[in-house]
Design a protein around this ligand. Structure first.
Ligand SMILES: CC(C)(COP(=O)(O)OP(=O)(O)OC[C@H]1O[C@@H](n2cnc3c(N)ncnc32)[C@H](O)[C@@H]1OP(=O)(O)O)[C@@H](O)C(=O)NCCC(=O)NCCS
Length: 203
């Protein structure tokens, strides 16, 4: 097989599994993305411990909060939103990313992502944002928002690619709005998901 017909590297969806499980392959490693349950609390805490202070600052705008049992209950409370965990297939304790889509107001939810440092820059964030947006209609969410540091080019690039509006205010933290009417952003997302190549090293 030569370089031109080699399959593209980077995340590729494999199939949707049972109970909202999605399998994807990142640089040859199979990962599973699925709704978080209370049993994932330890894996989520350990993932946070492996993250750099900078990643935690970008996600939480300061030091990471104490991930108390109350916070874990919030993450897994379907009345408040939905949290996805991404872990190595067959190893549910090896969480590598967490995706939150938390309700803010009727029809509005806030998305936030945290990908463990060693998994960043391989296209995982793009897939996870896509999963979060795909969940929005079933939660009657019409506008997804995100608070993002103005210097966070990766997250801003992801949101822009999904069809986010250009933020009207400037500042250290930007409030980004992503209206989902017509699912325009999701369609664009799905197309780019299938064509993306990444240059990250294989595991
Ligand atoms: C932001 C974050 C979720 C993105 O996830 P990721 O898996 O690293 O991102 P991806 O590999 O999908 O790449 C996202 C974009 O950044 C770009 N990118 C990748 N590596 C990059 C690098 N080293 N420098 C600059 N941009 C880079 C990609 O090209 C992509 O842009 P594109 O969509 O225009 O092609 C992840 O880096 C992270 O968790 N960061 C810390 C926490 C955080 O910032 N959370 C967001 C707050 S809500």
């Amino acid at each position: 097989m030569n370089a031109t017909n080699r399959p593209p590297r980077g995340p590729r969806p494999i199939r949707a599994g049972q109970q909202g499980q999605h399998r994807l392959r990142v640089d040859g490693v199979d990962l599973v993305t699925r709704p978080m349950t209370p049993d994932d609390a330890q894996g989520v805490r350990e993932m946070h411990e492996r993250c750099s202070p900078e990643s935690l600052r970008l996600r939480y705008f300061g030091p990471a909060p104490r991930l108390s049992d109350a916070v874990m209950r919030l993450f897994t409370d379907p009345e408040r939103g939905v949290t996805l965990v991404t872990h190595v297939a067959g190893e549910p304790g090896k969480v590598v990313a967490m995706t939150n889509l938390m309700d803010l107001a009727p029809g509005e939810a806030e998305v936030a992502l945290l990908v463990e440092d060693r998994w960043q820059g391989r296209g995982l964030g793009r897939v996870l944002l896509w999963h979060a947006l795909a969940l929005a209609p079933s939660r009657r969410v019409r506008v997804v928002t995100a608070s993002v540091y103005a210097t966070n080019t990766r997250m801003l690039s992801l949101l822009d690619g999904a069809g986010a509006e250009k933020p009207s205010m400037t500042g250290m933290v930007l409030d980004v709005r992503l209206p989902l009417a017509g699912q325009r952003g999701n369609v664009r997302w799905a197309v780019s998901l299938n064509t993306r190549r990444t240059d990250g090293p294989s595991l």
